[in-house]
Write a protein that binds this ligand. Structure first.
Ligand code: CA
Length: 227
């Protein structure tokens, strides 16, 4: 599997490329938007990891032009933490998935595997469990015919749970991948529990089958039916 990484931060590009090489991917790194565009356009890749903040030609421009030229290689975009707008624009312009910086390498590798399994499809931009559906582009959540209004953090939390549905999600995973504060002085457990309780009140209303389950002392799992 051939992967193109378009990333101007040299250190990050190096870390990514060694992690991917360790998983036996064939990796090409482009350090500028120009080079990234040229290669993605001229060579064949199974996947492109595309940073959006690049000097010269931006990630969004590259993505848009590639799609206009019918280059259908799956693209995973890397966005800044506060770049919600970029994320939405990126998905709108044909990205297949996104990760917010900083991210943990295991999460990146899992996303890459998922994308390579599915190939190009919009499936990944909609997450579903039972009658709950998340649209990552429009940032809308519905359960049955009821729209659910979530805060930014609640949305990220639910998205993470749905991406890992059926598997146990620990508080450590949430601290690392959603809060992105793995080395905080005070534990995040209380914050996580409070947010989770709020999310659950919105998602699992009285009468509806429960989707967010607590596994005592360990974490949470999203699934249809009891774990
Ligand atoms: Ca950058």
């Amino acid at each position: 599997m051939r992967v193109l990484i378009v990333e101007d931060e040299r250190k990050l590009a190096q870390v990514l490329s060694s992690a991917l090489e360790a998983e036996h991917y064939d990796v090409v790194v482009a350090a500028t938007g120009e080079d990234g565009f040229y290669r993605a356009n001229a060579e064949l890749f199974d996947l492109v990891v595309l940073d959006l903040m690049l000097p010269g030609r931006s990630g969004l421009e590259i993505l848009q032009t590639l799609r206009q030229r019918h280059v259908e290689t799956p693209v995973l975009i890397l966005t800044a933490r506060d770049g919600v707008e970029d994320r939405v624009l990126g998905l709108d312009r044909g990205a297949d998935d996104y990760l917010v910086k900083p991210f943990a390498l295991p999460e990146l590798l899992a996303r890459i595997r998922a994308l390579l399994r599915r190939g190009r499809s919009s499936e990944i931009l909609r997450l579903k469990v039972a009658n709950l559906e998340m649209d990552l582009v429009a940032r809308r959540v519905v359960r049955g015919d009821r729209a659910i209004d979530l805060t930014g953090r609640e949305f990220e939390l639910l998205e993470y749970l749905l991406r890992h549905q059926g598997s146990l999600v620990s508080r450590e995973m949430l601290a690392r991948d959603v809060w992105k504060e793995p080395r905080r002085a005070t534990p995040l457990d209380n914050v996580i529990d409070v947010q989770m309780a709020r999310l659950r009140r919105k998602v699992d209303l009285d009468g509806a089958a429960r989707l967010i389950h607590t596994v005592r002392g360990v974490g949470f799992v999203v699934r249809e039916g009891e774990p």
